[in-house]
Design a protein around this ligand. Structure first.
Ligand code: FES
Length: 531
């Protein structure tokens, strides 16, 4: 089996029974903020796009690149479709001209022609991607590969049960706006960034240890930021806060070389970097031979700054062109937000209650000085002008970005505005997942799905307790039900679930990361907190 690196989470898998192209992403995503790193735009996409099968893991724009799919990927390719609760992914691909689909069932192996077997595991909570994320397992002639992508399954047993895996591709770097956009002193931002970076790696080690594949490929990040306004988000070796592995310890976007360095510290020696254009040959006996498009991979990463600077100059016109398309001064933002959001607030029970307070948007005008403040009032179920009140969250962004979201009728502000990092934020109290769940569900279909999911999730009681250290704790994490016997780590009275890094105070049962989500816990021999 041959794997060709095609950048970020993208790869092409070639077998004698057919080829699969996964998540081809080339054009900038999220308001021209994210670009693939290293650059993959100069690959031979005409050739790479001639494939038998296409797998798009989910609709995040660094996995689903409509422009690129339209221009370069053969419409004769059969799409391997994850089993999602809504038909959005299929609808969007059909619109681009794809006509042949295999609708897989989650966790069921599909046998394709020539002995090529695939299985897609779809995750469907409202917090997984834009309502859904997935992983692809592939087998041919005794070689098994898991492209876990940036999905975060609660465990990997479904895959291990199918036999020893030879290559494990998974995310290790950041794909979020926290803590960079928060209005915090730099020292606090660095401290939170460091924690986040460590949590990302802890989670990655956990998955690697669970699957025990012969070879591990760090993929699905980091992106790079080429706009001057966002340049500081790149993790540049030798810059401020350089860590022992070479990156900036407060930066959540470590690169593939940093992964290799950190992995070595925990005893990992089977990491393989796939640059765009790298080719790996895998054998059933565990063989793995990789060739790269550069003479020395370590040197390439040591010279990352030069690569980024060259890319920045080349991509400047692309960014300028995108920026010019965002302004729509004819749009009355307050009126449009009212029209779009109020009916959804009216319908929302779980999400509105979960947010529990007003959320304020400060929109900075074209003159970079005037500010219009609009409040999405979740308890009051209305969108209105800010009335000098306390708010749960405050987001400050350019008015033009909100105009553009309204202009294109964007239903997912997470998959556009928030991932762009083109905003700053402040909040009172803890992180609130319901805020982001709501703003990724700005359509009837999505909102109904999310409301139904939370309803069911809250009702399903988890009665099993397990012993962790000196504590009896409910087995399943109150966040997304990770098995705490695998993901739970206790230090003092605090349990950390390593799947997403949420923390719980076991003595009170309180979740320290987000509102709600109490945990049932008791010191062995006492009555449970949270009961
Ligand atoms: S499942 Fe998300 S933190 Fe536990």
């Amino acid at each position: 089996m041959r794997i060709t690196g095609t950048g970020h989470a993208s790869m092409r898998i070639d077998t004698p029974a057919g080829s699969i192209l996964c998540d081809p992403w080339v054009n900038p995503a999220y308001f021209a903020s994210w670009f693939p790193f290293p650059d993959n735009s100069l690959l031979d996409w005409e050739g790479l796009g001639q494939v038998d099968y296409l797998y798009v893991s989910h609709l995040h724009r660094d996995h689903f690149d409509a422009k690129h799919l339209t221009r370069f990927i053969s419409k004769r390719a059969t799409v391997l479709l994850p089993e999602y609760p809504t038909s959005e992914l299929e609808d969007e691909l059909r619109e681009l001209g794809f006509a042949s689909f295999i609708r897989t069932k989650t966790n069921e192996v599909v046998s394709l022609d020539g002995g090529l077997n695939v299985m897609i595991q779809a995750l469907t909570s409202p917090t997984d991607g834009p309502i859904g994320d997935s992983s692809l397992w592939v087998e041919h002639d005794g070689v098994r590969v898991l492209n876990q992508n940036d999905a975060r399954p609660t465990d990997l047993t479904t895959f291990t049960e199918l036999g020893h895996v030879h290559a494990h591709m998974l995310q290790f770097s950041g794909a979020i706006w926290y803590p960079m956009v928060y209005e915090l002193p730099q020292a606090a931002k660095t401290a939170f960034g460091k924690q986040k970076r460590e949590r990302q790696y802890d989670r990655t080690w956990r998955y690697i240890d669970d699957l025990k594949a012969d070879h591990v490929f760090p993929i699905a990040g980091p992106p790079c930021f080429l706009d001057d306004d966002l340049w500081q988000f790149n993790d540049i070796p030798g810059g401020a806060g350089t860590s022992s592995s070479g990156g900036d310890e407060g930066n959540i976007f470590p690169d593939q070389q940093d992964f290799i360095n950190e992995y070595a510290k925990v005893g990992g020696s089977n990491g393989v970097i796939l640059l765009p254009g790298s080719v790996t040959e895998l054998t059933a006996e565990g063989g793995c031979h990789t060739t790269h498009p550069v003479p020395d991979v370590t040197e390439f990463f040591a010279d990352k700054l030069a690569h980024l600077e060259e890319m920045r100059e080349r991509k400047r016109p692309v960014i300028e062109l995108e920026k010019a398309s965002w302004r729509h001064p004819e749009i009355d933002v307050l009126k449009e937000m009212k029209r779009r959001i109020e009916p959804l607030l009216e319908e929302s029970i779980y999400l509105a209650k979960g947010v529990g307070g007003p959320v304020r948007f400060d929109l900075v005008g074209y003159d970079a000085e005037s500010v219009e403040s609009i409040v999405v009032d979740f308890p009051g179920k209305e969108v209105r002008r800010y009335a000098d009140e306390k708010v749960r969250y405050r987001f400050r962004t350019q008015r033009a970005l909100i105009e553009h979201l309204l202009y294109i009728d964007e239903v997912d502000w997470v998959n556009s505005l928030f991932l762009s990092c083109r905003f700053s934020a402040a909040r009172i109290g803890q992180y609130n997942e319901f805020v982001y769940a709501f703003f990724k569900c700005l359509s009837e279909e999505r909102l109904q799905y999310a409301e139904g999911w939370y309803d069911e999730h809250q009702r399903s009681s988890d009665t099993e307790d397990v012993r962790l250290g000196d504590w009896n704790v409910q087995r399943r994490c109150p966040h997304l039900k990770a098995d705490l016997t695998r993901f739970g780590v206790i230090e003092g009275n605090v349990l950390t679930c390593q799947l997403h890094g949420w923390k719980f105070d076991l003595s009170s049962g309180r979740c320290l990361t987000s509102v709600g989500h109490e945990i049932r816990a008791a010191r062995a021999g006492e009555t449970a907190a949270g009961d």
